[in-house]
Design a protein around this ligand. Structure first.
Ligand code: GLN
Length: 283
């Protein structure tokens, strides 16, 4: 008869052999997910016997993870900003780094109309709606499949974001006080260097920022100002080495108060600036 502890040990050993990063943690998460058990309950019941069927089910999950399927695709969820989001292969799995972006927007978001470009799972705009007391939130994505997940998250988290299928601003109407975006920003030639979990299982459309990784920043800046109220803010998540380049793009567009914000690892992660309408009326 196997116990919970036996299963966990075998899960850890299997994932270690498969050279899965964070093998011990992932073996635990899968056990916790299958048996709906937190750490305290596990510690009290680790010698509890489990059935053959349960053991088999657990090892099936472990084998999936051993094949580099992301943990979140197996459990179907990811925590972000303390909220539980549904995820699938159709959306980028919310990253902890992106919480830096949301936290920065939260400082000015109260009472504002916010547009989230390339919304994916909706994690950014839903978090802002849930935590930021914003006036209204719109999430835009080109992918119908992604928006299905975003809408499910909207229902699950009881938020009132409006999701819109659009190729960048094509279908967008109106003006916003804040535009926030975590667009695809990995240069095409870097994609093959990413972990298998990312390059084999996450949507390339959510990662690939074309030749120099900056394609979507240029598009969003060149069209986006038409949809911004003067005095409004833009917030971009960026890759660690894109701070200077994206700041320069904002400067060229006449943005002011441009700042780069670092993530918890001390790397550049967010660029923000204020849009000031340059056109002075004729006198
Ligand atoms: N930060 C993500 C990664 O490293 C990429 C996110 C993006 O392209 N927007 O996988």
């Amino acid at each position: 008869m196997k116990t919970l502890e036996n299963a966990l040990q075998e899960g850890r050993k299997f994932l270690k052999e498969k050279q899965i990063a964070d093998s011990d943690i992932d073996a635990w998460y899968l056990l916790s997910f299958l048996f709906k058990m937190d750490r305290a309950r596990y510690l009290m019941h680790s010698s509890m016997p489990i059935s053959q069927v349960e053991y088999h089910e657990y090892m099936e999950l472990v084998k999936k993870r051993g094949n580099h399927i992301p943990l979140q695709h197996i459990t179907g969820e990811q925590e972000f900003m303390g909220l539980n989001f549904k995820v699938s292969k159709d959306v980028l799995i919310p990253r902890q780094d992106t919480e830096i972006l949301v936290q920065e927007v939260l400082k000015t978001a109260e009472g504002k109309n916010v547009l989230d470009m390339c919304t994916g799972s909706g994690c950014i705009i839903i978090s802002l709606d849930k935590l930021g007391n914003i006036k209204s939130g719109v999430g835009v994505d080109i992918s119908e499949a992604a928006l299905k997940i975003a809408n499910e998250n909207n229902t699950r988290l009881e938020t009132k974001v409006q999701f819109l299928q659009s190729n960048l601003f094509e279908q967008v109407r109106g003006k916003y006080d804040i535009i926030v975006s975590n667009p695809p920003y990995i240069p095409t030639s870097d994609i093959e260097t990413l972990m298998d979990e990312v390059k084999e299982h996450e949507p390339p459309i959510a990662l690939d920022g074309k030749e120099d990784g900056l394609y979507f920043y240029r598009c969003i800046l060149s069209e986006g100002t038409e949809y911004m109220n003067p005095g409004g803010f833009i917030f971009f998540e960026i890759g660690w080495d894109q701070g200077m380049a994206v700041s320069r793009l904002l400067k060229e567009k006449g943005f002011q108060d441009i700042r780069i914000i670092k993530d918890l690892a001390g790397l550049d992660r967010v660029v923000t600036g204020r849009y000031v309408n340059q056109e002075e009326p004729f006198t």
